[in-house]
Design a protein around this ligand. Structure first.
Ligand code: ZN
Length: 301
């Protein structure tokens, strides 16, 4: 099943906010939320948390990575739930200390309000992203029990970014992969999201593909269950190889001219895409990073 709505998706598992920029809640004795979305959706996440937890509060907020659309509302959540522990990788802890990272995340969250408009969502929020501290660092292999016989396994999945972690709840076969598992756009096109490093991205994806997944929570758009969850990870793995081969061929054909390579890949991935899609400048910045990740891999061989 492909679930493109918010609310309860399984026993003690909820999608909060908006499916395009979701926060996930796993309820238990010590409830966990995963990611913190857009700054402008902060109050909506809080409202949804209160709806499902009543007077109880989240104990942990596990961040997959500190891209602007995954950590935007941390300070708002902290305002309402000051005892909630913010957990992420040690790389994320370092990144978020940098003033230039904080101002970039703030600017992108302001621009993010236009993304919500393309989904027909007019958010009346003047909240600005605020710096925050990571209270607890997580490593590959860590296991955090959040309820009786319920735990979150931490899986290091670099490649989309260097700080990426994915989270697996084995008792319910739930995987919170964010973009480490690949990301579909609104038309269903699978994007190989290897912004930082192609080889690491591929090996992270293989780690996720090996897991027994019944409920897959990617970074955006929808939640996938049953055979659709398995198909998603399979499609992502296949697209990863397809993207690499396509970029390698273009680099050879265009004798390394990056602009021409970008134009050719964009024609396939973006120009024919009816949308809604991300703004072209943002797409091009990401595309360049993805092409360079493949190019680096070519010279490593
Ligand atoms: Zn990301």
């Amino acid at each position: 099943m492909i679930i493109k709505s918010i609310g309860k998706i399984a026993e003690n598992l909820y999608v909060l906010g908006h499916p395009a920029v979701p926060v996930f809640l796993a309820d238990g004795d010590r409830p966990v939320i995963f990611d913190a979305g857009f700054t402008s959706l902060g109050e909506i996440y809080v409202k949804d948390i209160k709806k499902y937890l009543g007077g109880r509060t989240p104990y942990y907020c596990f961040l997959t990575h500190v891209h602007f659309d995954h950590c935007g509302a941390v300070s708002i959540l902290k305002k309402y739930f000051p005892d909630m522990k913010i957990a992420a990788s040690k790389q994320a802890k370092e990144i978020i200390k940098r003033p230039n990272a904080v101002s970039l995340i703030r600017d992108l969250n302001i621009a993010g309000k236009n993304v919500l408009k393309s989904y027909g969502l007019n958010i009346d929020s003047s909240d600005l992203f605020q710096a925050f501290e990571i209270d607890m660092t997580l490593d590959h292999g860590d296991r955090v029990e959040y309820s009786n016989n319920m735990s979150v396994q931490v899986i290091s999945t670099p490649g989309h970014t260097w700080d990426c972690l994915s989270y697996y709840i084995p008792e319910q076969k739930i995987l919170i992969s964010s973009e480490a598992g690949g990301q579909i756009d609104l038309t269903g096109y699978m994007v190989s999201d290897c912004l930082a490093d192609y080889g690491q991205y591929l090996s992270s994806l293989k780690k996720l593909h090996r897991l027994d997944v019944e409920i897959l929570c990617p970074g955006h758009i929808a939640v996938f269950t049953g055979k659709d969850a398995k198909k998603y990870l399979q499609d992502s793995l296949e697209e990863c190889e397809r993207f690499r081969k396509r970029v390698e061929k273009c680099i050879v054909d265009e004798t390394g001219d990056l602009e021409k390579v970008k134009t050719r890949i964009k024609a396939i991935e973006y120009d024919n895409n009816p949308g809604p899609k991300q703004p072209e400048p943002a797409y091009l910045i990401n595309l360049e990073a993805r092409i360079l990740a493949v190019k680096k891999q070519m010279t490593n061989i």
